[in-house]
Ligand binder design. Structure first.
Ligand SMILES: [Cu+2]
Length: 184
């Protein structure tokens, strides 16, 4: 009796285990299959999308910050001042970077006219031509290394250098007053 019971219970237990195991494996296989077929990829991809999506906007924001910072660094141009006196330009040699701007200020009682070489046409600096001073548009004139007018005492004129090179200039009113701006 005891043996019979033990064996019976063992058999029952074994069958339960086997059924249970097979049932479990079937269920898991089915759920995996179903999952893979329907909800699985969707949920998985959604989860992945959310998981990878969450950091992406964050990193985008960070990237944007970095980029705008980089832009700031790129666009933050230096500003230089060159004084004009009866002795000429000071400093008369200057090294700047592309995008930097230079303000010429007339500290003299006489008028001065900073302009690209070569006198009298002023065509050394790209896009510059003294003729355009009188016939060109404001946009064209803005690109010219030429004040296009004689600066009064205390008056200033600013120009942004967007062309690489070593640019000689002079005072169109007194062409012996010269200087050089090197744009790197
Ligand atoms: Cu000139």
């Amino acid at each position: 009796m005891k043996k019979g019971l033990l064996i019976l219970s063992l058999v029952l237990l074994a069958s339960v285990l086997v059924y249970g195991a097979s049932g479990c494996s079937k269920q898991s296989a089915q759920s995996t299959g179903l999952g893979a077929g329907s909800a699985g990829p969707g949920a998985g991809s959604t989860e992945q999308g959310e998981q990878s999506g969450m950091p992406v906007p964050g990193s985008d924001v960070k990237d944007t910050g970095v980029v705008s910072g980089g832009n700031d660094a790129g666009t933050s141009s230096a500003k230089y001042t060159i004084e004009i006196t009866s002795a000429g330009f000071s400093p008369n040699t200057l090294k700047v970077k592309i995008g930097d701007s230079v303000t010429f200020i007339n500290k003299d009682s006489a008028k001065h006219w900073p302009a690209s070489d070569v006198h009298p046409t002023h065509t050394l600096y790209p896009g510059t031509n003294i003729g355009t001073c009188f016939s060109g548009t404001e946009a064209e004139k803005a690109k010219m290394f030429d004040s296009c007018r004689a600066l009064e005492q205390g008056e200033s004129w600013s120009f942004t250098f967007n062309e690489k090179g070593k640019w000689g200039y002079h005072d169109h009113r007194a062409e012996t007053l010269v200087g050089t701006i090197e744009v790197a």
